[in-house]
Design a protein around this ligand. Structure first.
Ligand code: FES
Length: 107
């Protein structure tokens, strides 16, 4: 079972077990982590699940899709190299140890 690490807005790191096939967003919300709001429930229409993927996992996670990229352009205030919408990152064994930072504010 892959483990994900979330860096909360206050800098605290929390490791949680994740199920393959779930999204990173679902993993965060099911574990009650603050900061991943996910207003649209994973339908790629809110951008309130924005996270920053740590550099060492950028290749494994891959780039955002076109619609995700457009959504972040429109709605994400602090976009960075590792910006992704966590509902669009699907957990796999290859992502064991994936570390993402949760922004202090969601759009
Ligand atoms: Fe709305 Fe990800 S939960 S875009």
């Amino acid at each position: 079972m892959p483990k994900l690490v979330f860096v909360l807005p206050d800098g605290t790191e929390t490791g949680v077990d994740a199920r393959t096939g779930d999204s990173v967003m679902i993993t965060a919300t099911q574990n009650g982590l603050d900061g991943v709001v996910a207003e649209c429930g994973g339908n790629l229409s809110c951008a309130t699940c924005h996270v920053w993927v740590r550099d060492d996992f950028l290749d494994a996670v891959g780039p955002p899709g076109e619609m995700e990229d457009d959504m972040m352009d429109l709605a994400t205030s602090d976009r960075r190299t590792g910006s992704r919408l966590s509902c669009q990152i699907i957990v796999s064994e290859e992502l064991d140890g994936l570390t993402v930072e949760i922004p202090r504010e969601q759009p």
